[in-house]
Design a protein around this ligand. Structure first.
Ligand code: 13P
Length: 249
């Protein structure tokens, strides 16, 4: 069965609640699609107003992070139940910016993945190499480690529902998109890794996105690749261009 494409915007630390609602109103008609799953992953404080603003549309709301405990003395953190109650369906976990600036590790990502799944939130688990790693030729070794540890104790049935985002760090926010061949090669490698850890059926079901300077010009070729099931979009998700990326065909 063909995998359904999924295009998600990662708004990062942009848009106040009122700006977020204005952006949703602007993008709503542009991202209408029957063929593609559309997700807006927004800052925590924007989740409730955005969830309200997307009611009755094809847009699902995602969070950009989540804590792995149920509740308690974790000042500043947000629990899975809070996200579910606010209408969140997806959560970005292990983004390279969280790994770099907020000490996220493969182990904490794994705890968060398990917790999100337990609560019925679909993880968008991120992986990706640095420029140094690419130049050293260890890209796939590094990503396999991220994927394998991130998926520890995740069942095959759970893994089938997940999204993995391949985001080469050197392509994020740099305007430097990976070439179609580079992106496809790593996404295929991730799928092969899933087949090894689980089985072919799981590898065929899991959706793998590419992220890193995706724009309206590069999306069509990237999303046409056999192992690329859509994109995780940063900068261009804040602009009308996002509509063109969703409707890339
Ligand atoms: P850009 O599209 O701005 O490069 O960001 C990619 C990204 O990090 C999405 O999570």
């Amino acid at each position: 069965m063909a995998r359904r494409k999924i295009v998600a915007g990662n708004w990062k630390m942009n848009k106040t609640p009122s700006e977020a609602v204005a952006l949703v109103e602007e993008l709503k008609p542009l991202v209408a699609s029957e063929d593609v799953d559309v997700v807006f992953c927004v800052p925590a404080i924007d989740i409730i107003p955005v969830a309200e603003a997307v009611k009755g549309t094809n847009i699902a709301v995602g969070a950009e992070n989540m804590y792995f405990e149920e509740k308690g003395a974790y000042t500043g953190e947000i629990s899975p139940a809070m996200l579910v109650d606010a209408g969140v369906k997806y959560v970005v976990l292990g983004h390279s910016e969280r790994r770099e600036y907020f000490a996220e590790t493969n182990e904490t990502v794994n705890k968060k993945v398990l917790k999100a799944l337990e609560h019925g939130i679909t993880p968008i688990m991120c992986c990706g190499e640095s420029l140094e790693q690419r130049e050293q030729g260890v890209t796939m070794d590094f990503i396999r480690q991220q994927v394998k540890v991130g998926l520890q104790n995740v069942t095959a049935d759970q893994a089938k529902t997940m999204v993995i985002a391949y985001e080469p760090i050197w392509a994020i926010g740099t305007g430097k998109t990976a070439t179609t061949e580079q992106a496809q090669e790593v996404c295929a490698g991730i799928r092969a890794c899933i087949a090894e850890v689980y089985d072919d059926a799981t590898a065929e079901a899991i959706r793998i996105q590419y992220g890193g300077s995706v724009n309206a010009a590069t999306a069509p070729e990237l999303f046409a690749q056999a192992d690329i099931d859509g994109g995780l979009v940063g900068g261009a998700a804040l602009k009308p261009d996002f509509g063109k990326i969703v409707n890339y065909k």
